[in-house]
Design a protein around this ligand. Structure first.
Ligand SMILES: C[S@@+](CC[C@H](N)C(=O)[O-])C[C@H]1O[C@@H](n2cnc3c(N)ncnc32)[C@H](O)[C@@H]1O
Length: 215
């Protein structure tokens, strides 16, 4: 079961994603206040954003991640507005409730048809002219999974793989090209910025950082 992967995965890693530190400065300039962290993981970005004055909510289906995020928030004297839930289901938020949504390496776990439902929901809960910061794994991650993690992968459909062994067993990933990632957002968003980045810890696995504004 894909969900269980993350119960094992989260340890104490709490440094925020570099792109989040950068984009949060832009968010401040734009007067962004309410932010949804979709797939908050162990809460490292949630904690950073809440700690720098944003009003943050988060949704993730990992209970272990939520426990870690709650501990981290409590430790920092911050409020936890966390939902343990499935992003493939309708998001438990009102239309236009958020000024911005961040989805850091979460909105690529799934089949494209599932992810299309997620982005529709993300767009629904984002106010007009609000922002999406999306960090998404590019194709080089596939090579990384194969070569570095030696994870056995089975192709489910074009650009979509399931991990069939090891630490990430059951995990489904849809790999986007930069163009495909931008096209995926375009029904709802104007692309403001899209750049390639090295993966965490400098692994040679390209991610894309995309900042987009709700139409
Ligand atoms: C690679 S981790 C990234 C976590 C965090 N955003 C970070 O940057 O550290 C992906 C996260 O997406 C969550 N996730 C994957 N599929 C999900 C789903 N269908 N519903 C909710 N959360 C999901 C996982 O539990 C995991 O915490």
């Amino acid at each position: 079961m894909a969900k269980e992967v993350y119960e094992l995965y989260y340890r104490g890693f709490r440094r925020p994603t570099k792109g989040i530190v950068e984009v949060s400065k832009f968010f401040k300039e734009e007067g962004i206040s309410k932010v949804l962290d979709l797939g908050f993981g162990n809460g490292k970005n949630y904690i950073y954003l809440a700690g720098t004055g944003f009003n943050v909510c988060g949704l993730d289906w990992s209970r272990q991640g939520a426990r870690m995020a709650k501990d981290g928030l409590k430790h920092n004297g911050l409020k936890a507005r966390l939902v343990v839930g499935d992003m493939f289901k309708p998001l438990p938020y009102r239309d236009g409730q958020f000024d911005a949504v961040i989805a850091v390496r979460s909105m690529y776990h799934g089949r494209l048809s599932q992810l299309k439902k997620v982005i529709k929901e993300v767009a629904r809960v984002t106010r007009k002219e609000g922002y999406l910061y999306w960090r998404v794994a590019g194709f080089k991650n596939l090579k990384y999974m194969r070569d570095e993690l030696k994870a056995p992968l089975k192709k489910l459909e074009p650009n979509t793989y399931i991990v069939t062994g090891g630490q990430f067993e059951g995990n489904i990933r849809h790999y986007f090209s930069k163009k495909a990632a931008m096209d995926f957002l375009r029904p709802y968003y104007r692309i403001k910025n899209a750049k390639s980045r090295l993966g965490p810890m400098g692994f040679e696995r390209r991610d894309f950082d995309i900042l987009a504004q709700r139409k």
